[in-house]
Design a binder for this molecule. Structure first.
Ligand code: 3HC
Ligand code: NAI
Length: 701
């Protein structure tokens, strides 16, 4: 046996053990496919062999196709061919599954004749998350094993099933004790051989009651159109299952192949695969090479408002102990209530028990005294967004916290270097910018000020991992990565508004692009008072030559802050969450146009989005050239996880690459003819275009 081989084979009596050895997750790269095919041939040719057992080495069975191969020229042997050969062979083939058996990995298992699963197995067909469909017979075999409804739902959701759930669904035949797939698998194969069980080929299993199955599929298709708005592959998955019901197996496979290739060649696949790798890449930061994390068992949160409470829940859910500090008895009582409200909501929806809540809350300590946080390893400040209030808090933290404690601020915009400077330990001060609601939103911007120690940065990434957040490293500037870029494209939307589009048109265009909401809807949800306060704060430093649209101020001055006040850009009669267009808002917009002598013109959705995206990408390029973001992919991940950017477009920088940077630059140069101050093309963007490169060239390590 060759210990280096990607597929290792070993004879155990009459059984050929085929062990996949392609760390970290045994992806089905070309070498693995070739190794598997060679093993199948060996099984057929060696008369002494009666059966074959497939197991995975390390932590996975097989996590699917090698995602890095997508988009490259195909390399033989193709997985469907390997699996067909295996399934139709004359001898018994069994899979013993521990850990992930996903995508092509589960397709391998479904093409064997019997499957045994260990307790930690995770089975699923998550291709939809990559803009694909199961393309190695998965759409044809899963309905035959699980039934049409369950199989289609598995493929549309991309969900993973536990071993137990997979047994109940008919995906596996047996559960085994222990944690060694080789032991469990051999026992099962030998049992089947002893009983003389012949190969049971999934392709030969019948789909029961085809008419009922088709009716079920129609119902799922109807639902799916609503749920997967804008996505390409779900409809193709449904088409494949329809083929599984209506066509003989081989023809169904052929149809699956055609539709798989359509998905593979779609821009959505490119966007989603980029998102898959980008989200794993952001944790790879320079500091990790030089430093180890500090201890992290207990934390303190200062402030129990919207953010403080959400952060507390996130930390409690990660198993940490949390001391919450508020200004006075009344505020801390409210802070605790804010935390409990989250858990009570879970209990009401049957997603948490009262006992579990009590056990979680046992790790929570409310206090109005800083003395209660002397022992904690890390503090997150989430008090009002006011530099003086924050400086006062950090002076207190400096006074009471133990040496080596990490002192973090959740500020959205303020200068973290200035906050660090009021302490005697700027090396311990960092920004941890959570997004609202902090217990739900996955993004965590880790903002690195000039004097912070590398191990504080690494500790912050460790915290993100424990909290199951997606961390992005950012530098200090007004708004860091996300809010800085947001403020620019938000301004571009204001210009379009003042020049002629309605807020409702702009929101519709942005939704049409794939966002769940448009910018004016978001403002109504977050509260128009927040943006208003920021604009007032920035008024003194605003360039007097810069164009400034006052419409939002006119709305806020009326106390129309959005959903919480019943009206904002939209009307929300009686607490409705979906807004209605408001003719009075349109009149305000019109009055502002008249004041400035602007004759409104029509904007197509396409032009609205060209301006919105050009502003986003241009500011993204500036953020990169200033070193605020490490790589373009960090900007992409920020927008995917913090701002609702449609995942299937990969993120704004990936989107720009897919348009062609020359096209984006040409748009900016065209818009600059109207307003050269706002539309100054980023030097980096011009450089990349001149060199014929794209943003992705800066992602390469
Ligand atoms: N191909 C290539 N690399 C893969 C991979 C795959 N299928 N799955 C994971 N990796 C890589 C990751 O990029 C990561 O690399 P890095 O260390 O260099 O960043 C490494 O493996 C470890 O991955 P995770 O950090 O995600 O490890 P976890 O332990 O958290 O999760 C997992 C493991 C559940 C297997 C998760 O990686 C996962 O969900 N992988 C993708 C599974 C998938 O989508 N499979 C379907 C592929 S498409 C297909 O099979 C088409 C077929 O129908 C023809
Ligand atoms: P909030 O007004 O809901 O809560 C602030 C809390 O801080 C209040 O409960 C107040 O009593 C408390 N507080 C004020 N001074 C204090 C002091 N000296 N000591 C202890 N507690 C004190 O505000 P919110 O929305 O939670 O924001 C907090 C911080 O988080 C701000 O810096 C904000 O910019 C930032 N942030 C807010 C986001 C949001 O969407 N609301 C998103 C990301 C960051």
């Amino acid at each position: 046996m060759n210990a280096q081989a990607l597929v290792q084979t070993q004879q155990q009596g009459p059984v050929l053990v085929v062990s996949i050895n392609n760390p970290p997750v045994n992806a089905l790269g070309q070498g693995v496919r070739a190794g598997l095919l060679a093993a199948v041939e060996q099984l057929e040719q060696d008369a002494a062999l009666k059966a074959m057992l497939i197991v995975g080495q390390g932590k996975a069975f097989i996590a699917g196709a090698d995602i890095r191969e997508f988009g490259k020229p195909p390399m033989a042997p193709a997985l469907p061919d390997v699996l067909n050969r295996m399934e139709t062979g004359s001898k018994l083939v069994v899979a013993a599954i521990h850990g992930p058996a996903l995508g092509g990995g589960l397709e391998v298992a479904m093409a064997t004749h019997f499957r045994v699963a260990l307790a930690g197995a995770k089975l699923g067909l998550p291709e939809v998350n990559l803009g694909l469909l199961p393309g190695a017979g998965g759409t044809q075999r899963s309905p035959r094993l699980m039934g049409v409804k369950a199989a289609t739902e598995l493929m549309l959701s991309g969900q993973h099933l536990s071993a137990k759930a997979a047994l109940a669904a008919g995906l596996v035949d047996k559960l085994a004790e222990g944690d060694d797939p080789l032991v469990a698998g051999l026992a099962y194969v030998n049992e089947l051989l002893a009983r003389g069980v012949p190969p049971r080929r999934t392709r030969d299993l019948a789909i029961a009651d085809k008419a009922a199955a088709l009716a079920e599929l129609d119902a799922i298709a109807l639902e799916s159109v609503k749920k997967t708005r804008g996505l390409f592959s779900p409809a193709k998955i449904i088409e494949c299952v329809r083929a599984a019901v209506e066509l003989p197996f081989e023809q169904g496979l052929k149809r699956e192949r055609e539709l798989f290739l359509e998905c593979l060649n779609s821009p959505q696949r490119q966007g989603l695969v980029h998102a898959f790798f980008a989200e794993r890449e952001t944790a790879k930061i320079p500091e990790a090479k030089a430093a180890a994390p500090r201890a992290l068992a207990s934390i303190a949160v200062i402030g129990g408002g919207t953010m403080g409470a959400g952060i507390t829940v996130s930390a409690l859910d990660a198993g940490l102990s949390v001391v919450m500090v508020e200004r006075d008895a009344e505020s801390i009582a409210r802070g605790q209530k804010n935390v409990e409200k989250v858990y009570d909501g879970l209990i009401a929806r049957g997603r948490m028990t009262a006992e579990a809540k009590a056990a979680t809350m046992a790790r929570y300590t409310p206090s109005t005294s800083y003395d209660a946080i002397k022992h904690v390893d890390l503090v997150i400040e989430a008090v009002f967004e006011d530099i003086e209030v924050k400086k006062a808090v950090f002076k207190e933290l400096d006074r009471v916290c133990k040496s080596g404690a990490v002192l973090a601020t959740n500020t959205s915009y303020l200068d973290i270097d200035a906050i660090a400077a009021v302490t005697s330990r700027p090396q311990d001060v960092i920004g941890l910018h959570f997004f609202s609601p902090a217990n739900i939103m996955k993004l965590l911007e880790i903002v690195v000020p000039s004097k912070v120690a590398p191990d504080v940065v690494v500790t912050s990434f460790e915290l993100a991992k424990r909290m199951k957040k997606v961390p992005v490293r950012a530098g200090v500037c007004d708004g860091f990565i996300g809010n800085r870029i947001l403020s620019v494209y938000r301004e571009a939307a204001n210009y379009v508004l003042e020049d002629g589009a309605s807020p409702y048109d702009i929101d519709a265009a942005v939704r049409g692009f794939g966002y769940p909401m448009g910018p004016f809807q978001v403002s109504d949800l977050a509260g128009g008072d927040i943006g208003w306060a920021t604009r007032k704060r920035k008024a003194a430093t605003r360039d007097p030559k810069a164009r400034y649209v006052e419409v939002a101020d006119r709305i806020a001055e009326r106390g129309w802050y959005g959903q919480k006040t019943g009206r904002g850009w939209y009307l929300y009669p009686e607490g409705a969450r979906t807004g209605q267009d408001d003719p009075e808002v349109l009149a305000i917009v019109d009055a502002e146009r008249k004041k400035k002598g602007i004759t409104p013109r029509a904007f197509s959705h396409d032009e609205i989005m060209r301006r919105y995206m050009a502003a986003m990408v241009n500011e993204g390029a500036k953020v990169l050239e200033e070193g605020i973001a490490l790589r373009p992919l960090d900007i992409d991940v920020t927008f995917l996880f913090g701002y609702g950017f449609p995942r299937w477009r990969g993120g704004p920088m990936k989107w720009a690459d897919m348009q062609g940077l020359d096209k984006v630059l040409a748009d900016i140069q065209e818009f600059a003819k109207e307003d050269a101050l706002f539309w100054q093309p980023a030097a980096l963007l011009q450089k990349l275009v001149a060199e014929g490169k794209n943003f992705d060239s800066l992602n390469q390590r």
